[in-house]
Design a protein. Structure first.
Length: 263
C-alpha cells in the first residue's frame, strides 16, 4: 500500500504591511520548508527574492532548539529570502531570539491573525466599529454578493487622485482606499478596509491589513503583481491569464482568495 501524500504546506506564508512576510511554521521540517520557499521565490522572483521574512513558531507545540532554528535560517537564506525577526510567542521564543541575534516582532502577527478558536489574540487591538458602504451594482461572475465593507466611524475613505508610482506606498489606516488613477509596477497600496482602483493595477494591493476578512479589492484593469486580503495572497503567476486586463473583484471565502471578473 502506498503511503498517503501530504499536500498541506509545512509553512503558511502571509503578506503583511511594508513588504514583510510572516512565515508561520506548521511542520518543523527544515528541508521541506526551504524547498517550499525556494519554490515561492522561483514562481515570483520579483516579489520574494531577497524578501524580508518574520519566522513565526506559534503554530508548533514546542519551540525548536537553537541548532534547528539556525539550520532553518541558513536554508531560507540559501533559498533566496531574508529572515529578519521572530514573531513573539512565548518566553522560549524570546530566549531563542536572543541566542540567534534576531529581534522580536510582537505586533505583526496579532495585526492580522486570529487564533484557532477564532478569537483575536490578546495583543491585538480591537477592530474599530465600522459602517457598511454601498455595494457596487456590478457583481463578479460566480461571486457572492459583496459583503458590507468596514469603514471607520471617525475617518472617511481615503482618496488617492494621483498615480502611485514604483517604490511608493499608500496606506489607508482604519478606512477604505480609493485610487482614481494607476498603481504602477513596484508600487503598493494598503488599506485596513477595501481597496477600489479605477485605473490599471500593475503593482500590489493589500486590503484588510488589520485582519478584516470582509474587505475586498475592486479593480478596473487587472495586472497585479500581488493581491492580498487579511494576509491571504496570490501573485501574478497564480492568477488566471483570462483575468489579466479585466475588471475584477477579489474577496476571501473559506480562507481562500477568490478572483472573478466583473460584468
Amino acid at each position: 500500500m502506498s503511503a498517503a501524500v501530504d499536500f498541506e504546506p509545512a509553512g503558511e506564508l502571509k503578506i503583511g504591511q511594508v513588504g514583510i512576510a510572516n512565515l508561520r511554521i506548521r511542520t518543523l521540517d527544515v528541508s521541506r520548508l526551504v524547498e517550499e520557499m525556494r519554490g515561492r521565490v522561483q514562481r515570483a522572483p520579483k516579489l520574494f527574492a531577497r524578501a524580508a521574512v518574520v519566522i513565526d513558531f506559534g503554530g508548533l507545540t514546542r519551540t525548536p532548539d537553537e541548532a534547528t532554528a539556525r539550520a532553518l535560517i541558513a536554508g531560507l537564506h540559501e533559498a533566496g529570502v531574508l529572515p529578519v525577526a521572530l514573531a513573539y510567542g512565548t518566553a522560549e521564543t524570546e530566549r531563542l531570539s536572543e541566542a540567534l541575534g534576531l529581534p522580536l516582532l510582537a505586533k505583526f502577527r496579532a495585526s492580522y491573525e486570529r487564533d484557532e478558536s477564532g478569537t483575536a489574540p490578546e495583543a491585538a487591538a480591537p477592530a474599530p466599529r465600522r459602517e457598511p458602504e454601498p455595494v457596487p451594482k456590478s457583481a463578479a461572475k460566480g461571486a457572492p454578493p459583496a459583503a458590507a465593507t468596514p469603514a471607520s466611524n471617525s475617518a472617511p475613505g481615503m482618496i488617492q487622485s494621483t498615480p502611485v508610482r514604483s517604490g511608493q506606498q499608500i496606506y489607508a489606516e482604519n478606512r477604505d482606499l480609493t485610487v482614481l488613477t494607476t498603481v504602477g509596477a513596484g508600487a503598493e497600496v494598503i488599506s485596513d478596509g477595501s481597496v477600489h482602483i479605477y485605473g490599471p493595477l500593475r503593482g500590489r494591493a493589500l486590503a484588510g491589513a488589520q485582519g478584516n476578512e470582509q474587505a475586498r479589492i475592486f479593480c478596473r484593469e487587472f495586472h497585479a503583481e500581488l493581491v492580498a486580503i487579511a494576509g491571504h495572497y496570490k501573485v501574478m503567476e497564480e492568477i488566471p491569464k483570462e483575468l489579466r486586463g479585466k475588471a475584477v473583484q477579489v474577496w476571501l471565502e473559506d480562507q481562500q482568495l477568490k478572483i472573478a471578473a466583473l460584468d
